[in-house]
Design a protein around this ligand. Sequence first.
Ligand code: GTP
Ligand code: MG
Length: 351
Amino acid sequence: MSIVTVQLGQCGNQIGFEVFDALYSDSHCPQGLCSKRENEVYQASCKERFFSEEENGVPIARAVLVDMEPKVINQTLSKAAQSGRWKYGQHSCFCQKQGSGNNWAYGYSVHGPRHEESIMNLIQNEVEKCDCLSGFFIIMSMAGGTGSGLGAFITQNLQDHYSNSLKMNQIIWPYGTGEVIVQNYNSILTLSHLYRSSDALLVHENDAVHKICAKLMNIKQISFSDINQVLAHQLGSVFQPTYSMEGSYHYRRNPLGGFKDPALYTSWLAPVNAFNVWKTQRAFSKYEKSAALVSNSQFLLKPLDTIVGKAWNMFASKAYIHQYTKFGIEEEDFLDSFTLLEQVVASYCNL
Ligand SMILES: Nc1nc2c(ncn2[C@@H]2O[C@H](COP(=O)(O)OP(=O)(O)OP(=O)(O)O)[C@@H](O)[C@H]2O)c(=O)[nH]1
Ligand SMILES: [Mg+2]
């Protein structure tokens, strides 16, 4: 089963690179407690999932790189090529001369329709290289213009063209302070559109990862590269295959039970369905023991409520709205987004 990754905008491309690098490093690191045979199966499974192979044996990331300006894509391509370990495909990039200037509407309404065909063709080429497609990872920030606006547009297109395949968006949540003034507008538009077209949103908060770098890793001058490495580690540890002892060398779900306290689970799911465990003897990265938890919880309520509140305050005074209406995103679209996200906030409050 293979996954095609679509990396969009500066953030999506920079993180995408670190993710593939982490996946590659992990699959070539010491095997930990598992046998040689198990390790080989793990490596083959990782490769099938995330890489295709070129004739000379260098793995090629199953990825499409999209940005509206060339700088980050060029840097990303050359970093991968210089690693000498894996690379991106020769015809897997789409870029233009000028970005979306942190304007969601420009990414969604201008770049989207204009470049839809070229980008969807690149994605289709990548899909055709998979024997069996299990779905798409779409990596993007929600505060800029390209990753967020074009990312929402492309996700919608993927939903139309590949409705049976899983679409999971990796969303980078902006820092609470100190960034672009319209980031809250871009964020609510991204979230409300993805709510309709994506199967799952996996949210990564820059503030939270920054704290990990500062407090747990003691990094003094934290760069995006540090943050992206932490994110890549988290994503790798969740999406690398797991190995089940039962039966033959298959990777599959391995429910072990879960936490005992029923109060930890939502009432509308039976605990057996609410909690799944996958485990493997194979070390992840250089760690013999590690654990990763993905949860759908009230964790995001506060950040979501804050973003919706800030965007609403700006919207109430009509600040910067003309930058959006200019490209076809009307006040009505904003109101729809607010209504939808307020419903989401209310549902999560009642969990
Ligand atoms: N974690 C992380 N966040 C990033 C990175 N680069 C940018 N961001 C965040 O992404 C947001 C800005 O979005 P970008 O990805 O730079 O924007 P873009 O998609 O390239 O869109 P335009 O530049 O407007 O065309 C801000 O919230 C940044 O904090 C990165 O490498 N890692
Ligand atoms: Mg950019």
